[in-house]
Design a protein around this ligand. Structure first.
Ligand code: S3P
Length: 170
């Protein structure tokens, strides 16, 4: 891809595809700042994502997420790890795309399940969630993730390998 003015690297993808882990490594490699929409929402609101969902509902979380996406789109030379649902709003995709390249990360439902099931902090992942539930959620989300400029499968790659695959594309 041609190096552009719009330099940000925006990682999108379902929960558990490795956006935060890969994002941190990628930022270090590029000498970019690493930012994370979920962390930013938590800092701005002073609440955890789970608390926002619990007390105010998903709609309120999505509004905060959109404000965050806009702020991050105005930054330069950042690697942005996004929340898995950021692509649900076309305006978020448009804002982030205007600031850089959209890199999709994906993994199989089995791998996602094994990565997220014991992490109870995600409001959309219930403790008894099955691989099939994950597969259904992913299927509903798939059309939204197709906005990525390129997609990297993280199921069987190590973090350094994923980083290299992304760098090869830039
Ligand atoms: C969500 C993904 C989460 C977080 C929130 C909702 C989603 O981020 O934004 O729990 O709708 O997919 P991660 O993808 O970083 O887990």
């Amino acid at each position: 891809m041609e190096r552009q003015q719009k330099q940000n690297i925006v990682l999108i993808g379902f929960m558990g595809t490795g956006k935060s882990t890969v994002g941190r490594r990628l930022a270090a490699r590029l000498g970019y700042r690493y930012v994370d929409t979920d962390v930013e929402v938590e800092q701005v609101t002073g609440m955890t994502i789970a608390q926002i969902f619990d007390q105010y509902g998903e709609v309120r979380f999505r509004s905060e997420e959109t404000l965050t996406a806009r702020r991050m789109a105005a930054m330069e030379r950042v690697v942005v790890a996004t929340g898995g649902g950021i692509v649900l709003k076309p305006e978020n995709v448009a804002a982030l795309r205007s600031s850089g390249v959209l890199i999709g990360l994906e993994a199989t439902p089995e791998v996602i399940w094994s990565r997220v099931v014991r992490r109870s902090h995600r409001p959309l992942i219930k403790r008894d969630i099955t691989v099939e539930d994950i597969g259904e959620m992913m299927a509903r989300r798939t059309p939204y993730y197709s906005c990525a400029d390129v997609t990297v499968d993280t199921s069987e790659r190590s973090v350094p390998e994923i980083v290299e695959a992304i760098l090869a594309y830039l």
